[in-house]
Design a protein. Structure first.
Length: 191
């Protein structure tokens, strides 16, 4: 119990330090490793993907795997669209909204049927994917770069799922969800 409480507190502290949702151009070269590193360069991506995994872990059965899978598949689709275009400002608002909404879903332990839950995660994934694609260097090999960030995204969602599996209790979960939602509102205000 103490360990899971400490884990929930650590997650809450991490989420309480929002970083401005912003593009991360110029940080990456063109291959798999660069794509893998990309999701770790912005708190906006880390918070959203951890929250998606955590929310999936709060749900039962297949949702634990379908929601993260839907997120990654639609994120790749969004990246393919964004790779050939600049990200409009609305993308940053979508990313900020994804962090805020996912935090609220966790805080209030919202349970949706599988299809709407996967659809909501997928909608948010399109925003994140578009940003990943738009931020990819022009010389990037799409397959390698996209494979890298897809695998990293699954790993981060797996972390969120693992945190949920610790079953930290209602109060720490609500506090962590509220901190993530507050971070999303801060991101939204600065987008």
């Amino acid at each position: 119990m103490k360990k899971s409480f400490k884990t929930a507190v650590a997650a809450t502290v991490f989420a309480a330090f929002p970083v401005v949702a912003s593009a991360h151009p110029g940080l990456h070269a063109a291959g798999f490793a660069d794509g893998f590193v990309h999701p770790f360069t912005g708190a906006d991506h880390l918070l959203a993907m951890t929250a998606v995994g955590y929310w999936g872990g709060q749900l039962s059965g297949r949702a634990r795997f379908v929601i993260p899978a839907a997120f990654v598949i639609l994120m790749i689709l969004g990246a393919a669209l964004g790779f050939h275009a600049q990200a409009p400002a609305v993308i940053e608002y979508g990313i900020a909204a994804s962090v805020a909404v996912m935090g609220l879903l966790i805080a209030f332990n919202v349970v949706l049927p599988l299809a709407p839950a996967a659809g909501l995660a997928g909608l948010f994934a399109l925003f994140h994917g578009f940003a990943h694609g738009a931020e990819a260097p022009a010389a990037a090999t799409e397959t390698l770069f996209f494979s890298g960030f897809a695998l990293a995204s699954l790993a981060v969602q797996g972390l969120g799922l693992g945190l949920a599996m610790l079953r930290p209790g209602a109060t720490p979960t609500r506090l962590a969800g509220a901190a993530v939602a507050l971070s999303g509102l801060c991101l939204f205000a600065s987008a």
